[in-house]
Ligand binder design. Structure first.
Ligand code: C5P
Length: 431
């Protein structure tokens, strides 16, 4: 059994010394990236690069039409693998590229998928390598993921919508389309999702849905308490940990609402976000949203105090050297109030608190968990993580403490989501 001090020293040591794993969330995944004819082929280059960057092994297969839009040379250079364009490719010993390519794959991703190619897929047509390979894939073990891309009229056409419905019924995972300006000059639905969004969809596709049916409410970032129209007090917090948790919870199947203080982070896909500035605004937003939530994760660094009066005009220096008299009032404790609510006390709402400390992490986190009356409290050493992409966590519950060693916030968030999921529905002791 480690002493409190030993445990903290260990966390701080690990925090400072560990080398981070790469952002290799699709590490080891073998993806056959199929390109069909469409101007969105230009995005397939970035997509291929992004997939390789997150650790996937990418094998590109292109139709003849796709090669009109982007060359196999480009795709070979980006994937690091020779590209296949023909079912008569003599490089394969048995001359069966359609079999060999699909047997090893963890998924076939068609991006862009043209209207014509989707029509071929639903009819089981197999007159060139890509459609032949899709038909020949082991349907139970090799998922087919389709990212459509086309003009808005083509997308809206009943024939295309019928084909999409049929593709889904046949077991394919059809991604949404984006909305906006199209290469043809029109504006509407039908754009292929951006590379980053497709990678995100793949990550989500392979994430076990441990929070399916849950509604997670998360607070993230600092709050800002105005002194006058140009000054205020705030806490150090980038919001990165809270945003990573929001994304991980969404990937795990939850509906996610995010209440964010002033941060410069973009909203992860699929997440409902409300921006607030002050602790009082955050409290009001939480009270509104928490009614339908089943999990509340309070990751925000809420300012403990606010000036009791914010001046309407900028407080001016008068040259005398006198400093303004500021007095403060304590902000309400949002987490503690939610944790005291009937729904939280009855176990209908699972509450998770955070503690950013500078020292004595285990003791502080343990005491804070009891004081805030939450079943789970997540401690971290604030100064070693503020603004960083990595962190080390200490999970404290009624049973004791568990370390989550230094890692990216993305990975820690994924692990934290699993920890929360494993506790949902259990009878939680708060003592
Ligand atoms: O008391 P302390 O600020 O250290 O507690 C941290 C935890 O309480 C975090 O989960 C934070 O989001 C939450 N908190 C809150 N309202 C406050 C202060 C903290 O919800 N006014």
């Amino acid at each position: 059994m480690q002493s409190t001090r030993e445990m903290e020293n260990e966390i701080i040591k690990v925090s400072r010394s560990a080398t981070l794993p790469n952002m290799n969330d699709l590490h080891g995944k073998r993806i056959v990236l199929g390109l069909t004819g469409g101007i969105a082929c230009y995005k397939a280059a970035e997509l291929c690069r992004s997939l390789v960057k997150v650790g996937a092994k990418v094998q590109v297969v292109m139709t003849e039409s796709a090669a009109q839009f982007i060359t196999p040379v480009t795709m070979q250079a980006l994937s690091g693998q020779p590209v296949f364009t023909s079912q008569w490719d003599a490089r394969e010993g048995n001359n069966m590229a359609h079999i060999n390519l699909s047997r090893d794959a963890d998924a076939i991703l068609i991006a862009p998928a043209s209207a014509d190619f989707m029509a071929k897929l639903i009819h089981g047509k197999a007159d060139e390598l890509l459609s032949l390979m899709c038909l020949a894939r082991p349907i139970q073990t090799v998922p087919l993921i389709v990212a459509p891309a086309m003009n808005r009229e083509m997308w809206a056409h009943p024939a295309t919508q019928r084909n999409v419905a049929q593709l889904k019924a046949d077991g394919a995972h059809v991604l949404n389309v984006g909305q906006g300006d199209q290469a043809c000059g029109e504006t509407g639905d039908g754009r292929m999702l951006e590379a980053e969004e497709i990678v995100d969809e793949l990550l989500s596709f392979w994430t076990p849905k441990v929070l399916q049916g849950q509604h997670v409410l998360i607070t993230a970032g600092p709050t800002y308490e105005a002194i006058d129209p140009v000054r205020g007090i705030t806490n150090l917090s980038s919001g990165k940990m809270g945003f990573a948790i929001a994304k991980a919870a969404y990937h795990a199947g939850a509906k996610v609402s995010l209440i964010a203080g002033p941060v410069s982070l973009s909203t992860p896909r699929g997440i409902q976000r409300v921006d607030v500035l002050s602790a009082m605004q955050m409290r009001d937003a939480v009270h509104l949203a928490v009614q339908s939530a089943t999990i509340f994760i309070s990751a925000a660094a809420v300012a403990d105090w606010r000036p009791d009066h914010a001046a309407n005009y900028k407080i001016k220096k008068d040259g005398s050297g006198d400093t303004p008299e500021l007095s403060f009032v304590e902000n309400p404790d949002i987490l503690a109030a939610v944790a005291r609510s009937t729904r939280a006390q009855s176990g209908e709402l699972f509450c998770v608190g955070f503690a950013a400390e500078s020292h004595d992490l285990l003791a502080q986190a343990t005491a804070k968990r009891v004081r805030k009356d939450v079943p789970l409290l997540v401690g971290n050493i604030g100064p070693s993580t503020f603004g960083q992409d990595d962190n080390a966590l200490l999970l404290v519950d009624a049973e004791g403490a568990k370390e989550m060693p230094r890692d990216t916030k993305t990975h820690l968030a994924q692990d934290l989501v699993k920890e929360i999921a494993s506790r949902i529905g259990k009878n939680h002791s708060r003592n």
